[in-house]
Design a protein around this ligand. Structure first.
Ligand code: NAI
Length: 261
């Protein structure tokens, strides 16, 4: 537990499912005030609000699309109106779809870049603007992926978007370090969330993924949420511009395990 997170206002995009939901619940346990952005009425944000409140935190949710400037603005205004500040901004919303690159349409390319990269830019920009205006030494956390460094055929748009997120994070970290605003990146490996549901429902496809993970298991959303609370708390006060790979060793060239190569 991180005592300093108690009462802090944290905004999380894509918080209706998967990693966003797990992070929202973990910040609830830290007794933070959590603002959840969700994208679809099908998302179980209502249950998440109840879980957060039962844990002693506070929560409110607003529907919105991270690719739209006006929706991001509304989300941050909503956080300030509900809870009086923005201390932590987590740009988590993301999507992927598999297409061989020679068949990748401009529409598909733009959609993934818009959600995964432009959404992170808009959320970071407006949160930083608020923090500067109110002299808040806040924390921005962006959700990238191991594919900000591992090339991923059939997912060129996804890999390009996440590589962009990593460099955006590092640039913003450098730009706002003098103001005490920290900007960090979490790059998960394969985690058990809806984004992977179809793949992990197929035992063969799931095993093929596990074979790429030196630690030998698919990560749990709570293991990513644990990274987020650490990066948000003052326990990581000297850390900025970092990409935290939470991947069971996936980025460590598993093909070379056991002395191969
Ligand atoms: P998920 O599919 O459960 O979550 C993605 C969330 O983003 C959903 O709640 C969805 O509604 C939301 N979203 C999509 N488009 C949006 C938009 N335009 N505006 C607002 N929200 C939108 O999957 P997961 O795993 O929780 O993904 C969260 C983040 O983690 C994504 O950025 C993803 O790329 C990243 N990630 C996930 C990994 C995994 O293995 N689960 C691995 C590496 C990165």
């Amino acid at each position: 537990m991180y005592e300093d997170l108690k009462g802090k206002v944290v905004v999380i995009t894509g918080a209706g499912t998967g990693l966003g939901k797990a992070m929202a619940e973990r910040f609830g346990k830290e007794k933070a005030k959590v603002v959840l952005n969700y994208h679809s009425e099908k998302n179980d944000y209502k249950e998440t609000i109840q879980t957060i409140e039962a844990a002693g935190g506070k929560a409110a949710a607003l529907k919105g699309d991270v690719t739209k400037e006006e929706d991001i603005k509304k989300l941050l205004d909503f956080a300030v109106e509900k809870f009086g500040s923005i201390d932590i901004m987590i740009n988590n919303a993301g999507m992927e779809n598999e297409v061989p690159s020679e068949k990748l349409t401009l529409e598909d390319w733009n959609k993934v870049i818009d959600v995964n990269l432009t959404g992170v830019f808009l959320g970071s920009r407006d949160a930083i603007d608020y923090m500067l205006e109110h002299d808040i030494k806040g924390s921005i956390i962006n959700m990238s992926s191991v594919h900000d460094r591992i090339p991923w055929p059939h997912f060129a748009h996804y890999a390009a978007s996440k590589g962009g997120v990593k460099m955006l994070t590092e640039t913003l970290a450098l730009e706002y370090a003098p103001k005490g605003i920290r900007v960090n990146n979490i790059s998960p490996g394969a985690i058990d969330t809806p984004i992977n549901a179809e793949k992990f429902n197929d035992p063969k496809a799931k095993q093929e993924v596990i074979d790429l993970i030196p630690m030998g298991y698919i990560g749990r959303p709570e293991e990513i949420a644990a990274c987020a609370v650490w990066l948000a708390s003052t326990e990581s006060s000297y850390v900025t511009g970092m990409t935290l790979y939470a991947d069971g060793g996936m980025t460590k060239y598993p093909g070379f395990q056991a002395g191969k190569g």
